[in-house]
Design a binder for this molecule. Sequence first.
Ligand SMILES: [Cu+2]
Length: 711
Amino acid sequence: MPTRREFLKTTVIAGTVFALFRGSEGKIWAYAQSPKLRKFVAPLPGLGPSGIPVPAPSTNAAWPGADFYEFSAQQFTQQMHPDLPKPTTLWGYVDMATNKPGYGGPLIIAHRDKPVVIRMHNNLPNKHILPVDTTLMGSEEGVPVNRCVVHLHGGLVPWTMDGGPYAWFTPSGIVGAADGSAGPSFLNGVPGVPGAADYYYPNSQSERLVWFHDHAAGITRLNAYAGMAAGYLIVDQELSALTTGDSPTIPGLAYTIPLILQDKSFKTVADQWGESGDLWYPSIYEHDGDKSRWDVGTPSDGFQDETADLPDVSCVPEAFFDTPVINGMAYPYLNVEPRRYRFLALNGSQARFFHLQLYYESTVNPGEPDFSQPGPAFIQIASEGGVLPVPVVLNNPPTQIPTGCDGMVDPDGPFNLLMAPAERADFIIDFSTVAPGANLILYNDAPAPFPMGDPRNDYFTGCPDQTAEGGAPSTQPGYGPNTRTMMQIRVGKLTGAADPLDFNDTLEALSDSLPALYRASREPYGEFDLNPNAPHVKYEIKTLNEDFDEYGRLLQRVGTDQPLYADSYARNYMDAATEIYHAGQTVVWDIYNTTGDTHPMHFHLVNVQVLGRATFDNSIPNILTFQPTSYFAPPDPNYRGWKETVRCNPGEVTRVIMKFDLPTVGFPVPPSTRPGIPAGTHEYVWHCHILEHEEHDMMRPLLIRPSGSPK
Ligand SMILES: [Cu+2]
């Protein structure tokens, strides 16, 4: 099988990358780390005090008219599986009104046009629970490791509250701190309260699942993995009207289930960052002959300094883990009645994609899917930017790789429900056709990395023993590691009246109501679809690039079609901004992905529409012509709504359109004064949401000049 580098850069001579041994030579982690965990022995944590807490709003005189919440960012523990030796140490958010932690929470239920303010107190200890690489931008030696900043992912938020990478604060941080206790973009401190920040969210958006998570420069990936991420549901009257009455089109809150989908690994031995049962995160840049996990740069890649030592604690290109965790529980089961449920799914992983399908559980092999018996179809009604123009049926077609575990899938599909990191899907499943007593398996077979997988990241029952290649032994029936069988769904008996609507009724009702809902969701913005042929629409070319850093480590970066450095179109985050627009401006970006990975590109501030995908010729790296070599194919049906995380496939140019509307708030929003940022601009970012890419260094400023400012 070709390595990704060979796929990517035909000029690399195969084999040379394995000839180098520097720094961490010989230190190789086993791919699978976790202890043997039984599958499907603990229930899925649901909404509520025993699962994902839903906080009750209060008020605060400083923020009249807003739902006010006071949270603490802190360390706590939670049992993430009954077979783990202890509750896992986590960093996360805790509602100070109850002081009851719950992984994935507190999950805020917000209402459209009713502002929410989160007052976040930083109570993190000054020793991180995960290894910190001090060679990354913003994470240098001496920068406090207990910095944090909250980003409302998918929210339309003033930039001072958007939680950019340099808006972090520590437990003693105040605005303008000269002692390094807060970042240079930190402007939303609470007067007189060190170590706290107020985040004002207008919620002027239609119904959708958004989420808030940490975004601190250089440790976003660690803080998010440690647990600093929570759900946030914006509800609106139009969609709520469909969830009420005698025969609701969409199941109500009592039958709505969040699914925060992640992968984790757990330690079996103690080390300086934790005990057996705590979270494991890779910290060695491993390269050692046939067991190599990552390539390192060679002179043919333009990397000359072969004697440079890799840092003892190093970032890695992507972090994949061996255990699926949903709402904070490994291999959960879910009890349902034979009726309809609404699922709000978020891929909250570092790097792993999920290709979700539903099968009946095999009667011969318990805990495994019966591929000959697809489960009930999904009806997807919304993605990141709210409802889709029409409902989309995902009926569990035969998978691309039902039993194998290596190789590459076609990133253009077809897929059932494919979710890259940070993508969301809002969908309905009708279990009324399932006989009570039957079980279903929520199944995933996305390669990792995507779309060209390394089989050592793919765990399933009976998979080949890969210990000779540094991988895991074959997985035994009923146990992990297994990244394919994510959850068991147990269909029981009805406890009340039967659901008045079934699959066909639901689809028919949604086909009537969703188009109008889609239009209504955007009317306040003036248009429900952006027109790429309108006058004054600006067309630009962006690039996604893979290179090596000064240590020879793989480096992912964003760029334009104008090279800044000799051998790459890429730019570093700290290079002069190239994405600067006026409020109200509409732009089309053609994003050329010259790498071997699909990158889920995330846009702060804006929702975008995907206009299409085309191929281009990237056979000669760094000599691109920026001409599509095919017509632009329209996106998949469930990609035709508004998006803020967009999969950009290798060898493809992805065309997106967006309009930069700034939020309207009742207080002045000053421009950014961070050194290097052009005066008068509001500072947002856009970046890959593979968290290990984002921080090394696949992120760029996205700067907006408010209307009325000089052009
Ligand atoms: Cu990426």
